[in-house]
Write a protein that binds this ligand. Structure first.
Ligand code: GAL
Length: 811
């Protein structure tokens, strides 16, 4: 069971496997164990007097498993101090406690607790002893428990989480121990926390040189040990190995090992090949530690004339920015929910993620390594000057060095991480102080890693920007200003460019409106005067046509066109891949989540997804919008995104409306079509031959429910999930585009409903529920394993509709 739980954590699965191996071989000593520490915590919402004291009674507290986000369980209200910008959900103070037994055999070992992230201002105690305070809600941290533990007896760990002072974030943060927790037990001689650093300074097709730096911690007497490292390929075959004698005279000893690898398999976004370096420390014949570092062999270059290349191959960075929430799951980390997001992005052709505006979960980076995403790993949204009353600026002075170092130490072995970003739209970017801070932070990073370029995301990227002027950044990051891209080198001769943040266009999935000259209209509300503005919708929807953007920003097409055209523009990170909780700009309450996503909060693609797919993938695409349920006689703008074809012909009820083709740098074509019910059909042609056909039918009244599970078999590990899409169909199986039926769910068997959603940014229904209204014909239910194997039967019913059932297996 432990194996199931730990298999994701970098470097730990093999460690355990080796432990078993060496025990079997009779060396008799365990090297290290890393145990998933998520199960069986007690939680109390609200402050508790002396909550840290081991003796207080906590039996009446709620029993739960981590990761846990208490905000997502709360009620939306415009009066919550987070404000709609922070997601309009409650914050507050929460306490977590866990009672656990440390075996007597752990005596003489080192025991640590690792938190991947706690939002925010956490205090941790073991048996009443205060271990530390950590204000940054996105940073991973470790405490040593050894001196305070009772062996063979009960111990109490207590965590106070304080997310009461709000607003402290410009987006939804979540509250609680929302990432994983691990209990790590090592011998007195062990590789240190984040104790390896692997680089591949010289890489070619023929050969790669690999350098490994290892920090060994000795909490015992000075001694001599042997350290060997073996490199394994993705199939587990040994590639090369080397060993050293090490004199552990100090508490930390740093060792270096070099390797040569012939004909390496290079890591790339298209072929994310991973190796493992397994480092073992022996005292005589006794294995004292075994530690795995996953890594990739790759080289890259940012060039002022030719942009980005990976392993010598010119590669555009086709990225998105995303916040950390997982929609209706809140910020509680889930490997499967994160993987699903990346799968949806991959299918769009996206190859890069910017972790705006904070260090991500370690699992996100592991998945990016495995699935082939380039990562811009970002540290901060503010430095010394605030954006929100209670944000990180309060802690920056005291904590930024430590936080930045910990981020780099944790993340620097990931081949996916290619850019470090020191900050987003830093308010002091126009002041000399910004130059000083950028220089200082660049030095902090360079002490730990010189193998990646440094960047910042600048909303004012002109030459008055003191961060860029300081010379501390290698890669000049533009947020927006797409009209300035072509002239980048007039401003910054010889410099390299990244579109660190682009677009901020707005769409509501499934909602369309029909202004007469749709193609030419750029709409934006006048702040504070929403209702007077001709282009705002009273029901807080934004047309799903790509023609609405923030004034500082662009439509999707406007930003992509120059990036596509100029090779020196390395690429872009679109704001955003997914809708996220909070920042419902241009609206405020009753809206509570963003409109910027290419994909909605439930994970359903909006139409513009297919524009990118037609541009960024090899898939043959022909996507038409909108749906075909309108008032007779109304002229409807029909758009098509397509590729692999010279032209597209549109038919209404069998009658041709003519062929159209993209001209110049067009990214779509459109027709004005007087509506009549029936079938709208598009056919794309290449050299006169049909490439692809797509149809949209006028739907009749809602008649039945269809359930589509993304996976019918899930792991019975308490964590795995199946995402079930609920579709409202007419009697002929057409999706009913405006259906908003309330759907009730029943679940039998070994799972529970972890969240429900429909992508509606205005809904105030709870995310933890056994019902959801459809929004433009769709809803979502997320089923999570309850750790027992067996069948799961999930049924959806709604008044007047034929129900549907789907059966899954937890194995
Ligand atoms: C940017 C900012 C993002 C988000 C976006 C919305 O200026 O960096 O965090 O607020 O605007 O358009």
């Amino acid at each position: 069971m432990i194996l199931n739980h730990i298999c994701f954590k970098q470097g730990k699965l093999l460690a355990l496997a080796l432990t078993v191996l060496f025990t079997v071989k009779g060396y008799g000593q365990q090297s290290r164990t890393t145990v998933d520490f998520d199960a069986g915590w007690r939680f109390h919402l609200g402050d508790v007097d002396n909550g840290q004291e081991a003796s207080i009674a906590d039996k009446s507290w709620r029993l739960l498993n981590l990761p846990h986000d208490w905000s997502i369980e709360g009620e939306f209200s415009k009066d919550n101090p987070a404000t709609p910008e922070g997601g309009a959900l409650p914050g507050g103070i929460g306490w977590y406690r866990k009672t656990f037994t440390v075996p007597a055999t752990s005596k003489g070992k080192q025991v640590y607790i690792d938190f991947d992230g706690v939002y925010q201002k956490s205090d941790v105690w073991i048996n009443g002893h205060h271990l530390g305070f950590r204000p940054n809600g996105y940073i991973s941290f470790r405490y040593e428990l050894t001196p305070y533990l009772k062996y063979g007896a009960a111990n109490v760990i207590a965590v106070k989480v304080d997310n009461a002072s709000q607003p402290n974030s410009r987006w939804y943060s979540g509250s609680g121990i929302y990432r994983n927790v691990w209990l790590v037990t090592t011998n007195k001689v062990a590789i240190d926390h984040w104790g390896t650093f692997i680089t591949t300074p010289k890489v070619s097709k023929e050969q790669a040189s690999v350098e490994l730096q290892v920090n060994i911690r000795n909490s015992g007497k000075p001694q001599m040990v042997d350290m060997t490292t073996t490199i394994y390929d993705a199939q587990g075959k040994t590639i090369t190995s080397t060993g050293n004698k090490v004199n552990l005279a100090d508490s930390i000893t740093t060792m270096h090992q070099q390797f040569k690898m012939a004909a390496p398999n290079l890591w790339s976004d298209k072929r994310p090949y991973l190796y493992k370096a397994v480092t073992k420390v022996y005292n005589g014949k006794v294995l004292t530690d075994s530690y795995t570092t996953n890594f990739g062999v790759r080289y890259f270059d940012f060039n002022a004339d030719n942009g980005f290349s990976l392993n010598g191959v010119p590669t555009k960075i086709l990225g998105v920015c995303d916040h950390h929430d997982l929609g209706s799951l809140g910020s509680a980390v889930s490997v499967r929910a994160t993987e699903r997001q990346l799968e949806i992005l991959k299918a769009m052709g996206c190859n890069a993620i910017r972790t705006s505006h904070n260090p991500p979960s370690p699992e996100l980076l592991d998945l990016c390594d495995k699935m082939g995403f380039i990562v811009m790993d970002e540290a901060f949204d503010v430095w010394e000057r605030t954006k929100e009353k209670y944000d990180y600026a309060i802690f920056f002075k005291e904590w930024h060095k430590r936080d930045l170092e910990d981020q780099i130490l944790r993340d620097r072995n990931h081949p996916s991480v290619i850019i470090w970003s020191m900050g987003n739209e830093i308010p002091e970017q126009g002041r000399p102080r910004a130059g000083e801070l950028a220089t200082e932070m660049a030095a902090i990073i360079h002490k730990l890693d010189t193998s990646r370029p440094l960047s910042t995301a600048n909303n004012n990227p002109d030459t008055t920007n003191k961060i860029i002027k300081s010379g501390a950044v290698d890669l000049v990051g533009y947020n927006y200003h797409f009209r300035d891209y072509p002239n980048f080198h007039k401003r910054y001769p010889g410099k390299i460019f990244i579109g660190s943040e682009t677009t901020s266009a707005l769409e509501t999935r499934g909602y369309y409106d029909m202004p007469p000259k749709l193609d030419s209209i750029r709409r934006w509300p006048v702040k504070g005067n929403y209702n007077d503005h001709v282009n705002m919708n009273a029901d807080n929807t934004v047309s799903a046509y790509d023609n609405v953007s923030a004034p500082w920003a662009s439509t999707h097409e406007e930003s992509w066109k120059p990036i596509k055209k100029y090779p020196f523009l390395s690429g872009m990170f679109i704001w955003t891949g997914f809708d996220y909780l909070g920042e419902p700009t241009p609206y405020t309450w009753p809206s509570r989540s963003s409109y910027f996503g290419i994909i909605d909060l439930a994970g359903f693609p909006k139409d513009v997804y297919y524009m990118y797919q037609s541009e960024w993938t090899d898939k043959t695409v022909l996507h038409i919008l909108p749906h075909w349920n309108w008032e007779a006689g109304k002229t409807i703008q029909v758009w098509a995104y397509y590729n692999h074809a010279d032209e597209v012909e549109l038919f209404l009820n069998g009658k041709s409306l003519g062929k159209k083709a993209k001209q110049g740098d067009d990214l779509h074509i459109s027709w004005g079509v007087p509506f009549e019910p029936g079938t709208l059909k598009a056919v794309s042609y290449k050299d006169g031959k049909v490439v692809k056909t797509t149809e949209v039918h006028t739907a009749g009244p809602a008649a039945k429910i269809e359930l589509v599970a993304d996976r019918k078999n899930i792991k019975a590990d308490g964590k795995d999930m199946s995402f079930v899409t609920v579709r409202i169909l007419d009697k002929d199986g057409n999706i009913v585009p405006n259906a908003d039926n309330k759907v009730n769910f029943k679940l039998k068997g070994n799972a529970f409903i972890a969240g429900v959603d429909n992508g509606d940014p205005v809904s105030h229904d709870p995310f933890k529920a056994d019902y959801r209204k459809a929004f433009h014909g769709l809803a979502l239910a997320i089923l999570q394993s309850n750790a027992k194997a067996g069948a799961i039967t999930f049924t959806a019913t709604a008044d007047g509709l034929a129900p549907a059932t789907v059966t899954l297996q937890a194995k």
